[in-house]
Ligand binder design. Structure first.
Ligand code: KG4
Ligand code: ZN
Length: 338
């Protein structure tokens, strides 16, 4: 049995986990910082770094404790080293390097988006690859052709806002709080998804890239009036807000589903895997299920518990890299862009 300690500090969640053999999650503790950033409407990098410093040590001790594991039993340390907020990443990377040195155990640097792409494997089929993976989060919307845990090829990415960022910005326009995805998702279930024809930006024919900033602006002008950025919110009644949430969600989801289907066809795979915070979205899960069933594709959705940022996916992905000899040395650096 191989026990990996995972550490995640790339954005606004501090997380530590212990995972056995890449699949058996013994502990997965997450300290969210929503309360610290909510009043600013988004993540403030300095505040995030400071909170990681304050919380990480205690969280690692608690993760070992909950897993019933002693430090000597840990076989390797996996840490997110890219992409993310540089100050935030440095806290996790420094902690991981220190432990790897002090415990004399291998260190594995993990790409955060790759871990989102493979997070469905924690509870999914033993032989999960090859597949096309859609990663939709607050920072990324990407399509990958995954041949193996260490063979992940980018097929398309967002050229502006990420899908989750669009959810958060629309929630801010509607004054629904931060992070916006879960509340927009909840309200969308009570609204009419066909009520407002928001744009579906497909970019060039056959492109697998995404663009969501035009959609966000379309919502802004729908709420306040063409070319206006304020004054419209108070005129909306609660039914209007639900319809906007549903119609906006449908516009995002339609684009994500269409491009994922195209990517699967182009890669010649029969399986689609979905991860990242927005993979928790109920409309996305439903519409992907319908689209995959229609085309005879096998769909593996990341369980909601592993969709948003967590260290279990870092430990799980790190285990697979370790097995393939992809270990890092103590010169491992944090890099903001992945
Ligand atoms: O993966 P994640 O925790 O962080 C990044 O790596 O960016 O994703 C967070 C994002 C936020 O933008 C949040 O609003 C969005 O995921 N999100 C959702 C839902 N739950 C979280 N978006 C739509 N529907 C949801 N149910
Ligand atoms: Zn993430």
């Amino acid at each position: 049995m191989t026990l990996v300690l995972g550490i995640e500090t790339s954005c606004d969640e501090t997380s530590a986990a212990v995972v056995a053999n890449g699949r058996d999650v013994r502990s997965n503790l997450i300290a969210t910082q929503y309360d610290l950033h909510a009043k600013y409407g988004g993540v403030v990098p300095e505040i995030a770094s400071r909170a990681h410093i304050e919380r990480l040590d205690g969280l690692i001790v608690a993760a070992l404790d909950e897993a019933g594991t002693r430090a000597e039993e840990i076989d390797a340390i996996a840490v997110t080293h890219t992409p993310g907020l540089i100050g935030a990443l440095l806290i996790g990377v420094t902690a991981a390097k220190t432990l790897a040195w002090a415990w004399d155990r291998p260190l594995v640097g993990v790409n955060h988006i790759h871990a989102h792409a493979t997070s469905a494997a924690i509870d999914g089929p033993e032989e999960i690859w090859p597949a096309v993976a859609l990663v939709v989060s607050g920072g990324h919307s990407s399509l990958f052709h995954v041949r193996d845990f260490d063979s992940i090829e980018l097929m398309g990415r967002t050229v502006d806002d990420a899908a989750g960022e669009a959810f958060d910005k629309v929630a801010a326009i509607l004054n629904l709080g931060y992070p916006g995805g879960p509340v927009v998702d909840r309200l969308a279930r009570q609204g009419d998804a066909a009520k407002i024809a928001f744009p579906r930006t497909m970019l060039a024919a056959g492109s697998l890239d995404f663009s969501f900033s035009g959609l966000k602006t379309a919502v802004l002008y729908h709420v306040h009036g063409p070319g206006k950025t304020s004054g419209g919110l108070e005129k909306l009644v609660s039914g209007d807000v639900a319809d906007i949430c549903a119609s906006f969600s449908a516009a995002v989801v339609d684009v994500l589903v269409a491009k994922t289907m195209l990517a699967a066809e182009r890669a010649g795979v029969t399986r689609v895997v979905v991860g990242g915070g927005v993979a928790a979205n109920s409309m996305l899960r439903e519409r992907l299920t319908t689209a995959c069933t229609k085309r005879g594709l096998d769909l593996v959705l990341t369980p909601p518990a592993y969709c948003t940022d967590n260290a279990a996916m870092i430990a799980a992905h790190g285990y697979q890299l370790l097995k393939r000899g992809r270990v890092s040395d103590l010169y491992l650096s944090a890099t903001a862009s992945g």
